[in-house]
Every structure is written in structure tokens, then in C-alpha cells.
Design a protein around this ligand. Structure first.
Ligand SMILES: [Zn+2]
Length: 312
């Protein structure tokens, strides 16, 4: 059996590989994945996610006294990797031999949004299950050629990010199926749809179920869990929900700060013009200028995300 202490130290051991892993991926890409062009929507993100698993594992093997390794799921499980104990039997069905699971996602900094969705149900996550998010772009390696370059990696527990996503989903008018009032009218004891997200119009957000909640023109809505889209706040309720989670939860704060760091337009759209002035004033910077100018100045201060966290 594995204890919470085992899981916590395994999580920390994998987390400690993140910087080295990023550098190793970039060295490999600059040497091997050199190309003219550099396609967006190329599937390169999936390659980088897999490389993250291999290089992180390589680091773990090289660390002295390493008592864990990363395994790649053999079938169509939601997660990509499992952190397992070496040299004992691993059973993905029963989770025997496993410490925690890892979902790796990637986003191209120059693209609108990754197709990959973080749409696992919150109840399906264990406390140490982890979300890894790579932000990358094509970078020039010589006059003619580019290669993929991983700029930054978010590594954190997945459940608090899922909770942030769920709170924003509800604030947008979305809901979750309750087994006691399932749209498919299944008996509560047999309902397999509990927790499935439905959008404001009642259309299901995932391909799976409930069968009676297909949309009029689409099989499912698929807005749930977009790594960037899930933080969009086009209403006061959504804006309030994001700020409440940002204040309440360190991981949510870290995730929001990470996305806003790499996608500054999202950050600028979330906070209003008077708030950019207020932030500049808190950081003792000049308070006149457009939100774009204020944001650019503010972002030079490393403490600005902490100051934003206090905004409600
Ligand atoms: Zn049901």
C-alpha cells in the first residue's frame, strides 16, 4: 500500500525534474526537430507532451535513490502517465503500484487555443493527480530554420484547477448532472452521468453522456475545460468567481498567473481600466496611459500577480 506521505514525496520528486526536463526537451528539439516553416496545428504539441514524460523519467532514473518512475498508459485512459513504483506489478485498473496520475497538455503561444481539453470530472481525480501544461512556440535556430521551444511549464495538482474550471462553468450558467435528477431519467443507483457538465442551454459538454442532451447541431458543446477558454470571464458572475478562487486557493492563483503571464490579452480583458490604474498605484508606478501601457509597466514588477490576487 502507498501512504499519503509516499504520494507527497513522489509528487515533489517529479516536480523537482521540471526545469531540467524543459531544458532537455529544448536541447533535443533544437538538434533534431529543425525545420523550415514550423506548422501551427502540426501535432507537435502531442510530441512535446510525450517527450516531457520521457525526459522527466530519465531525470528520475538518474537521481540517486530514485524509488519512482513514470509509466505511459497503455490504453485509452484519460491520463497520460502514472507515477509508479519500479519493479513491482502495476495494474492501471486497480491502481495497484501507482502513486498518482499525470495529465500532460500543451499550448502553442501563437495559436488561439489547444484542441486538448482538461475535461476530466473533478470527482475522478485523486488529490495528488497532476496537471502538466507546456507552453511552447516555434523558435529560430538559424537564419532559415525553426524548432519547437518550450517556454514554460505549469506543474501542479489537477483537482484545484478542475475546481476553478467548475466554479467558472457554474458562473456562466452551466450545471452538472445530479444522479437524483438525471436528464436520461436513469434510476439514481444506476446513473453513470453524475457530475457530467451541461452548458447554459442544457447541452452536454462531453461526447459521452447523457444521451438525451445532444445539442441541436452538434454532438456535444466541447467548451468545457479549454485550457485558456475556461478562464474567460464575460460576465460579472464569472469575473467574481475567478477572483474568489484566486484568493481562496494557491494552486488556482498559480494557474491563473501562469496563463495570464503567457497570454497577456486574457489578463488585460479580465481586469478593467480603473483596476489597471489602481494596480499601477499599488506598485508605485505612473497611473496614466492606456490599459495596454499600464499592463506593460506593471508586468515588469515580479510581485504584480500577488497584488492582483487581492482584487475582488
Ligand atoms: Zn443518468
Amino acid at each position: 500500500m502507498t501512504s499519503a506521505g509516499d504520494r507527497r514525496s513522489a509528487f515533489s520528486a517529479v516536480e523537482a525534474t521540471v526545469d531540467d526536463t524543459r531544458r532537455s526537451i529544448n536541447r533535443f528539439c533544437a538538434r533534431v526537430f529543425r525545420t523550415r516553416g514550423g506548422k501551427i496545428g502540426s501535432g507537435m504539441g502531442s510530441v512535446l507532451e510525450a517527450l516531457w514524460g520521457y525526459y522527466s523519467n530519465d531525470r528520475l532514473h538518474r537521481a540517486s535513490q530514485s524509488e519512482i518512475e513514470l509509466a505511459w498508459f497503455p490504453e485509452h485512459q484519460y491520463h497520460d502517465f502514472a507515477c509508479v513504483k519500479p519493479n513491482i506489478e502495476w495494474n492501471p485498473a486497480t491502481k495497484r503500484g501507482e502513486l498518482f496520475r499525470i495529465e500532460a497538455k500543451s499550448m502553442n503561444e501563437d495559436a488561439d487555443e489547444s484542441k486538448a481539453h482538461f475535461d476530466v470530472l473533478t470527482d475522478e481525480l485523486d488529490p495528488f493527480d497532476t496537471l502538466v501544461l507546456l507552453v511552447w512556440r516555434w523558435k529560430s535556430v538559424d537564419r532559415w530554420r525553426v524548432s519547437p521551444f518550450v517556454i514554460d511549464i505549469f506543474f501542479g495538482p489537477a483537482k484545484p484547477v478542475a475546481r476553478l474550471r467548475d466554479e467558472l462553468h457554474k458562473a456562466r450558467g452551466g450545471s452538472f448532472v445530479d444522479r437524483n435528477s438525471c436528464p436520461d431519467a436513469c434510476p439514481p443507483s444506476q446513473c453513470a452521468h453524475h457530475g457530467e457538465p451541461l452548458n447554459k442551454s442544457g447541452t452536454r459538454e462531453r461526447t459521452t453522456e447523457p444521451t438525451t442532451r445532444k445539442g441541436p447541431n452538434t454532438s456535444f458543446a466541447a467548451n468545457f475545460g479549454g485550457m485558456l477558454r475556461m478562464l474567460k470571464t464575460n460576465s460579472n458572475d464569472a469575473r467574481t468567481a475567478l477572483r474568489a478562487e484566486r484568493q481562496r486557493c494557491d494552486v488556482a492563483h498559480r494557474y491563473i498567473s501562469f496563463i495570464h503571464k503567457h497570454f497577456p490579452d486574457e489578463e488585460r480583458n479580465h481586469y478593467r481600466a480603473p483596476e489597471w490604474r489602481r494596480l499601477a498605484s499599488i506598485l508605485q508606478l505612473r497611473t496614466n496611459g492606456t490599459p495596454e501601457q499600464l499592463q506593460r509597466n506593471v508586468r515588469r514588477s515580479p510581485d504584480y500577480p500577488e497584488a492582483l490576487r487581492t482584487f475582488s
